[in-house]
Design a protein around this ligand. Structure first.
Ligand SMILES: NC(=O)c1ccc[n+]([C@@H]2O[C@H](COP(=O)([O-])OP(=O)(O)OC[C@H]3O[C@@H](n4cnc5c(N)ncnc54)[C@H](OP(=O)(O)O)[C@@H]3O)[C@@H](O)[C@H]2O)c1
Length: 281
């Protein structure tokens, strides 16, 4: 199987490549085309088209994205260029070579005013530029490619910049720290997500999925758990979002139900605390 991974130096991209390397050692025939921003800029249609038509991958896993939620509010054009148009470019080219296409989406496509976990068919209504640009990426993926898997995930951490590393860095030399307590979601390990992606691409179960670790917490509870596991003695103060200096509105509740994955028996996600413990070991 020939697999193209875009954004291969991002958190998820690195984990997908790592898992593919493991699969290769188990004598599965896999050829991986690893592309970072320099080798394949997904926002450049000609580049994407030429690359995919030449390599003819069986599967395209799109891990490339503009993921800075705050910066997206200022860099609106760039967010849409990468998250929406970049995804469209990949969808058009993937369709030409009849490749399967994986698009990773986000809990931020939802408004966050529900009180129970969002299912795949719940109404989307993003409240940030990032969420809107990712939702348009979903729509382009569906409209231009017939063999698509859209996987909405949330609060990702892995090999790269993420909340866990930020907390550990901020804790250095500090006695207390303020963390938002009125946004609820599901911290998700890139490892579990990568396993989910690699399971799905072996099927023809195309469609839209939610893929997050089980359980949920606030950022405050997430931070407390990180410090507890790492035995870091620091006081964590819960604060409300309006005290946190950010011009972006984030969903106050964006817990996702992996409903469709459960129906097809492919929900491999652990409880978020178990995945976090392994990550911090
Ligand atoms: N992180 C989260 O909490 C989270 C939550 C929900 C959903 N997601 C989604 O999950 C996916 C993976 O996220 P992640 O955390 O792995 O993101 P990440 O670590 O920010 O990685 C994204 C990668 O894409 C690259 N990239 C940016 N523009 C590109 C372009 N035009 N062409 C090719 N590559 C480009 C980035 O390179 P540079 O760094 O050099 O710009 C980076 O290596 C994304 O689709 C994201 O929207 C993430």
């Amino acid at each position: 199987m020939k697999i193209l991974v875009t954004g291969c130096n991002g958190q998820l991209g690195r984990e997908i490549v790592k898992q593919l390397e493991i699969k290769k050692t188990k004598s599965e025939y896999i050829e991986v085309f690893k592309c970072d921003k320099e080798s394949l800029d997904i926002s450049n249609f000609e580049e994407v088209n030429t690359y995919i038509l030449e390599k003819k991958p069986d599967v395209v896993i799109n891990c490339a994205a503009f993921t800075n939620v705050d910066l997206s509010e200022d860099e609106v054009d760039l967010a849409y260029k990468i998250n929406s148009l970049g995804s469209k470019n990949l969808a058009i080219a993937s369709e030409k070579v009849k490749s399967k296409l994986v698009y990773i989406s986000t809990d931020y496509v939802f408004k966050g005013d529900k009180k129970t976990p969002y299912k795949e068919d719940d109404t989307t209504n993003p409240i940030s530029v990032y969420g809107k640009s990712k939702l348009l990426g979903e729509e382009y993926t569906k409209n231009f490619c017939s063999r698509y898997f859209i996987i909405r995930t949330a609060w990702l951490y892995g090999d790269g910049n993420n909340f866990v590393k930020t907390m550990l860095r901020l804790s250095e030399g500090k006695k207390e720290i303020n963390v938002v307590n009125d946004q609820i979601g599901s911290p998700t390990s890139t490892k579990d997500l990568a396993v989910c992606v690699l399971n799905l691409i072996n099927t023809e179960y195309y469609g839209t999925y939610h893929g997050t670790n089980n359980g949920f917490c606030s950022w405050y509870e997430f931070a407390k758990k990180i410090f507890k596991i790492k035995n870091i003695d620091i006081k964590v103060n819960p604060i409300t979002s309006d005290k946190f200096l950010s011009k972006v509105k984030r969903p106050s509740y964006s817990v996702l139900d992996n409903f469709m994955l459960k129906l097809i028996d492919l929900d491999n996600f652990r409880h978020w605390e178990d995945a976090l413990k392994e990550y911090l070991r």
